[in-house]
Design a protein around this ligand. Structure first.
Ligand code: CTP
Ligand code: CA
Length: 227
């Protein structure tokens, strides 16, 4: 690459990135959430823009600043994230779904704050729509679709299952077993599995460097002759 080519390699490409957790309301003051910070997805958005892509970032509740030249759409629940991504998917060349979407949401949301009463208390939950699997069904050949997987056991097997079930080109496996990797921190250690069967285990590095590794694979997938 010359300097110019390197920094323009995604010029003219549209990218859609999801990041952060979702919050599923229980009542006006409570929700079900998770520990996702959004840092990995925001780093990917930053990395994609740095190569000239036009990036839309759909973010759950986070405390992160919007990366320069990124169009950001804030959402709260899994349902809102599904609706927001739906409108951008078809025009996107690159789609990276790093959000930690809730798998279940309360069947009903109480209008008023729920008062404490009995010693035990149950909330009925229903499954949310799998955004990635839904979008994967209508993926076109020229689109690059990347998902994430968070596993604690049988990591490679589970990730491979998600890769094929959701019709992905790449899946980024986050191991919860590694020190310095995961939701909260500024570093991460990932293994990327691709549809064509390759498997790359990257070293522990900053989330921005991890993002650049993932984006390099995407660039090669978007224009294989360019490598
Ligand atoms: N995902 C999604 N919509 C959901 C749940 C998950 O789009 N309702 C996406 C995530 O953004 C991620 C991928 O699916 O890219 C995998 O998420 P993960 O939680 O690891 O897998 P699940 O398929 O939800 O399976 P499980 O939680 O049972 O392991
Ligand atoms: Ca899940």
């Amino acid at each position: 690459y010359t300097f110019f080519e390197k920094h323009q390699s995604l010029k003219g490409k549209k990218a859609l990135v999801t990041a952060g957790p979702t919050h599923e309301a229980i009542d006006p003051v409570r929700f079900i959430g998770n520990h996702s910070s959004g840092k990995m997805g925001f780093a990917i958005a930053e990395s994609l823009t740095s190569l000239g892509a036009e990036v839309t970032l759909i973010s759950g509740p986070t405390h992160l600043p919007t990366p320069a030249s990124v169009k950001r759409i804030d959402v709260t629940s899994a349902k809102e994230m599904l609706n927001a991504t739906d409108g951008y998917f078809d025009q996107a060349d690159i789609i990276v779904m790093s959000a930690a979407v809730a798998d279940y949401t309360p069947v009903t949301v109480a209008n008023q704050k729920i008062k404490k009463k009995d010693d035990t208390f149950q909330i009925a939950l229903q499954k949310t729509t799998d955004i990635l699997a839904t979008l994967g069904k209508r993926k076109k050949a020229q689109q690059t679709l990347v998902g994430f997987a968070l596993e604690t056991n049988d990591e490679i097997e589970n990730a491979k299952g998600k890769l094929s079930r959701k019709n992905l080109d790449f899946i980024v496996l986050n191991s919860m077993q590694d020190q310095g990797a995961g939701f909260a921190g500024d570093t991460n250690k990932v293994t990327v599995l691709s549809k064509d069967g390759t498997q790359i285990a990257f070293a522990l590095k900053s989330k921005r460097e991890v993002a650049d590794d993932i984006v390099h694979l995407i660039v090669a997938h978007q224009s294989p002759t360019d490598v």
